[in-house]
Ligand binder design. Structure first.
Ligand SMILES: [Cu+2]
Length: 487
């Protein structure tokens, strides 16, 4: 029975197990390396591609499971014969920790090799992007080193200091050296990261560039519009107050504002007359409801009966009149705002007439831009990952982000090895049901002439009936942009 003595049996089994595992790792490793050399999308499963390596791995895994099962069998048998405890679960846990450590580190290495290009930021398409990427890499570097050290310590300590009857854990509740170390080191690292972040962000957002071309990016449920200044190199004024069915961007166009004002006023008049006649209406609805119910028609026309009853209840409780009053107040506020705009005649300076509203954003390589963001309905977020740009778009206020693209779409296609690649501006705030579809294409061109050709093909803002130009004045105004339709 000596042969089944505790340490002997167990150590041999564990050693066999480890050798098998290491063998499996080496095989997997070479296999993984072979895979990483192939930069192709995953293919459909093809049985002919299954070589002996795969079969060997499967057999190996089965063997390992078998060995583990046998180890427990023998251990249990030995315990029965000797009456002593042979398999120590603490020892097994210790070795399992080592296995987890090796497997985990291998996994980290494999991920970095295979998906590093996706995980790490390295090919920003804007001038400031390299700074942001380097910030990311520094943060990643620090946390990576800490991660590796703590993982090794954690699992190695589990292995090295697992429970043994013949040794006792040392106990102490305070250690000044440790306290100082784990306060000062993170403090230094965080100070470095925060200061660097602060300087980079200041550099990106606070450095005015007088040559920057302004482009307005307008977000709405669910899409984007871009607005470029025309020949006057000036974006026309706009306001959310002036937004209407025919003026979706709320541009400062006097005739549009006047129409909006008169529409609102007539809507208010309509609502007021509805409100004045509401007691009569409510009496009529009540009479109709009573007659319906007395004739027993409530069961035959369930839906109609329900709607009529709701109307009567709303009317008699005052909720109906209340809602109309609220609508009137809201529209009156709108009218006041529009009138205030109309009195500020300076903003209706026709500077928006030559603006061009586009459904794509076209940029020129190495040209500085200042994006001005607006939103119509709810908060959206303009996110251009390739350019490392993100900014909230808030209704009623404007936000900005300056950047300079440094790679044309063509160059990006080549460097990514993807001829179908395109830059996009996405919405990055969950803003409603079709949020997922809210994006606009960005094209970065290399030459001014391509840009000009595209720009000329864009329609000017000038709304058709915008300014009713008197016939006699038409000639003198012919320099003003006429109605241009999108070719
Ligand atoms: Cu959105």
């Amino acid at each position: 029975m000596k042969i089944l003595s505790r340490t002997f049996t167990f150590n041999i089994l564990i050693k066999k197990l480890l050798i098998l595992l290491v063998g499996a790792f080496v095989t997997l490793l070479s296999h993984a390396q072979a895979l990483t050399n192939v930069i192709e999308p995953p293919k459909e499963f093809d049985p002919s591609s299954w070589n002996w390596v795969n079969i060997f791995i499967i057999i190996l895994v089965l063997l390992i499971v078998l060995v583990i099962a046998r180890a427990f069998d023998i251990g249990g048998l030995a315990e029965k014969i000797t009456g002593k405890k042979i398999v120590s679960s603490h020892k097994i846990n210790g070795y399992v920790s080592l296995v987890v450590l090796i497997l985990g580190l291998f996994g980290v290495w494999w991920e970095l090799v295979n998906h590093g290009k996706l995980l790490l930021l390295w090919d920003a398409a804007s001038e400031h992007g390299a700074d942001l990427d380097s910030m990311f890499m520094w943060t990643f570097g620090f946390t990576f080193v800490v991660f590796i050290i703590t993982e090794i310590l954690l699992f190695y300590f589990l292995f090295r200091y697992h429970y043994r009857e013949d040794r006792k854990a040392e106990y102490y509740f305070h250690n000044n050296k440790l306290e100082i170390m784990w306060t000062i080191i993170p403090a230094i690292v965080l100070t470095f990261l925060v200061l660097r972040g602060f300087t980079v962000w200041t550099k990106i957002t606070q450095t005015p560039n007088k040559d920057a071309q302004e482009i307005e990016i307008f977000g709405y449920q669910f899409g984007w519009k871009a607005r470029y200044a025309g020949e006057d190199k000036q974006l026309g004024e706009s306001s959310f107050t002036l937004i209407s069915g025919t003026n979706p961007l709320g541009l400062a166009v006097e005739s549009e504002a006047t129409t909006l004002k008169s529409n609102l006023e007539s809507e208010i008049l309509d609502l007021k007359s509805i409100l004045a006649s509401s007691p009569d209406s409510i009496r009529l609805w009540r009479a109709a409801l009573n007659s319906m119910e007395s004739k027993g028609l409530g069961n035959a026309y369930v839906e109609e009966h329900k709607l009529l009853k709701e109307k009567v209840l709303d009317g008699e409780s005052g909720a109906y009149a209340n809602q109309i009053e609220k609508d009137i107040m809201r529209k009156e506020t709108n009218v006041k705002r529009v009138i205030a705009y109309l009195s500020k005649a300076t903003i209706f300076n026709k500077s928006s007439y030559d603006d061009r509203v586009t459904t794509e954003i076209i940029l020129l390589k190495n040209k500085p831009y200042l994006f001005l963001f607006r939103a119509r309905d709810v908060i959206h977020s303009a996110y251009m990952p390739e350019f490392r740009v993100q900014m909230n778009c808030v209704p009623g206020m404007s936000t900005v982000f300056p950047f300079t693209p440094i790679k044309t779409t063509e160059e990006a296609r080549i460097s990514k090895g993807n001829p179908a690649f395109d830059y996009y501006l996405y919405c990055n705030k969950i803003c409603g049901s079709a949020h997922y579809n809210m994006k606009i294409k960005i094209v970065v061109l290399g030459t001014e002439s391509e840009y000009q050709t595209w720009m000329l093909a864009q329609a000017k803002v000038v709304p058709p009936a915008i300014e009713a130009v008197p016939a006699s004045a038409k000639d003198s105004l012919s320099v003003l942009p006429t109605i241009v339709s999108n070719p």
